[in-house]
Design a protein around this ligand. Structure first.
Ligand code: GLY
Length: 354
């Protein structure tokens, strides 16, 4: 794992050598030039499955399916389906936190390395498994992204079953959020801690098979209480997830608005294409995100006020997770079994702006 100290030392050395681009040098950690630094990304045997921490159950399911010979995209979609169908996971699928109107709107996208195909859905309502609808867009249409009521209609035509995705728990959370929204409205204020509840949550999963074929998928209910119609990074190919069968795969969870502007998943794969190890690639993406962040979302120390995590898996089986602040973890499953590992980071948790 790369500590902030290591990273600062490297960045300082590069800056002293004149390598730091001028436009980025005002930021606390400016982008370093290409070239593998090695990092701590661990070389493991293939196959391997990597996901956000909430995919701990899913990476095992996906790994076992890949071992059994299943296509890597089908395997990881089965992995994320576990969270999508879990009513207690309020960040994806059934039970996801709703938009400002109390309606659950889901986003998802996927890519299949061997065929170089992609599919996505945005603002999908009433279907618990948007990852499968995204794959259906990939499999059955000449398009990449379907959105809104027509995406729902497409899913129904293919036989997906509509259901009410707003669980009682999420509905109660939404009612409490709404009650606290405006002290002068006609709802009595709720004094609990609902406003502190996470605002983004997502599952990203990436896989490489024994033969070196890669796939990626990301699915989410998006930012809680979002403006109806808001689309995050998850259904944006190149932002929420991306894979290239000659290089590897990457994806993200967290504040989508920050990631979209950096095309984070694509950028991570491009860094890996240049020979950068997965961990270093993700830290560079995180730096790029910060460089692209408007001042209102940065503290006085230049550190981001939001959470955003990235995950990457190279074709040769190296993997990493990375984020801005120390303390996050990600899920992995390989021949050593399913487990959580620590994300690399740029800053100590104490540096997070209040
Ligand atoms: N990363 C999920 C979202 O922002 O919607």
């Amino acid at each position: 794992m790369t500590s902030r100290r290591d990273f600062l030392q490297t960045a300082s050395a590069l800056a002293a050598a004149g390598f730091v681009p001028r436009a980025l040098s005002a930021h606390p950690l400016a982008e370093a030039p290409g070239g593998a630094r090695g990092g701590a990304s661990t070389v493991r045997a293939r196959p391997c499955v990597v996901s956000s921490a909430n995919g701990l159950r899913g990476v095992k399911v996906a790994y076992d399916r890949i071992i059994a010979g299943e296509d890597p995209l089908d395997a990881i979609i089965a992995g994320v389906n576990i969270q999508e169908l879990d009513p207690d996971d309020q960040s994806v699928g059934l039970g996801g936190l709703p938009n400002a109107n109390g309606i659950v709107q889901l986003d998802a996208s996927c890519m299949h390395g061997p065929t170089r195909r992609a599919g996505a859905v945005a603002c999908l309502e009433d279907i618990a498994t948007p990852s499968l609808v995204a794959k259906a867009v990939m499999d059955y249409t000449d398009h990449v992204l379907l959105a809104g009521p027509d995406a729902r209609r497409f899913a129904l035509e293919l036989g997906f079953t509509p259901q009410n995705l707003l669980t009682e728990k999420s509905r109660q959370d939404w009612l409490r959020w709404r009650a606290r929204l405006n002290p002068r409205d006609m709802y009595l204020d709720y004094d609990g801690d609902i406003a502190i509840k996470f605002h983004t949550g997502t599952i990203n999963m990436n896989a490489v098979t024994a033969a070196g074929d890669v796939a990626s998928v990301t699915t989410t209910s998006g930012m809680a209480w979002k403006v109806p119609g808001r689309v995050g990074d998850s259904p944006i190919v190149g932002a929420g997830q991306y894979c290239d069968n000659t290089v590897g795969a990457a994806g993200s969870t967290g504040r989508g608005e920050a990631n979209i502007k950096a095309c984070g998943a694509f950028l991570a794969v491009e860094f890996m294409r240049q020979g950068v190890a997965p961990e270093e690639a993700l830290l560079r993406v995180m730096q790029r995100v910060i460089a692209m962040t408007e001042d209102r979302l940065l503290g006085e120390n230049g550190r981001p006020r939001f959470d955003l995590q990235f995950y990457a898996l190279s074709k040769d089986g190296r993997f990493a997770g990375a984020t801005a602040y120390e303390g996050a973890s990600f899920a992995v499953c390989d021949e050593q079994g399913a487990r959580l590992e620590k994300c690399a980071y740029l800053f100590k948790a104490s540096e997070r702006p209040r």
